[in-house]
Design a protein around this ligand. Sequence first.
Ligand SMILES: C[S@@+](CC[C@H](N)C(=O)[O-])C[C@H]1O[C@@H](n2cnc3c(N)ncnc32)[C@H](O)[C@@H]1O
Length: 195
Amino acid sequence: MTEIKFNTKWLDKLNDPKRLEIQPTQTMWEALGGEESWTSLIDIGAGTGFFSKEFLKFMPQGKVLALDIKDTMLEWMAENLKEVKEGRIIPCKMQEAATPLEDEVGDAAMMINLHHELHEPARMLQEVLRILRPGGKVLIVDWLPIETPMGPPQKIRVTPQAIEAQLTTQGFTQVEAHDILPMHSCVVGQKPPLT
Ligand SMILES: C[S@@+](CC[C@H](N)C(=O)[O-])C[C@H]1O[C@@H](n2cnc3c(N)ncnc32)[C@H](O)[C@@H]1O
């Protein structure tokens, strides 16, 4: 059976700044429709907090709740990120599709390079709906099922169409796939606002 979880042996790879050449944060932030006034962004599968740090730059008053299932990642962030010491990135342990967060705490949630590792995407998306405020946004970015010089095995990659369908089925609205990254899908959705 293919091991689908990220091997923490390769943790340093996550901190390679060259990653921003193929996954520029400004491009992803614009697709998400990010707003400077946001105060709470939830990074699910944060790893070393590489993208938590980058997205924090767009939210001057904001905090990032950086969630991961692996203690190694949470410990790494706590030991190495000045933003954790400043209280602007908050590492937080979660289970496969369950977070310890209260309802409706997030202006937005993101999952970057995570979807292919999920055992239960539908349950995860239900959890995202629970922790987003009404009108909150979700950003899912993951490896396209195309030939790429790096990335996870082809057989666990997911199409943007499949991610769009999962979001719609779980109750997100305004679901849209943005064809803006060379090796990754970029799909955005919204928790329905209160009417
Ligand atoms: C490939 S890494 C990506 C890390 C980070 N998003 C980035 O792009 O730098 C995937 C991360 O997701 C975590 N992970 C895997 N399954 C998870 C789940 N169900 N819930 C939360 N985190 C998960 C892994 O432990 C790993 O740290």
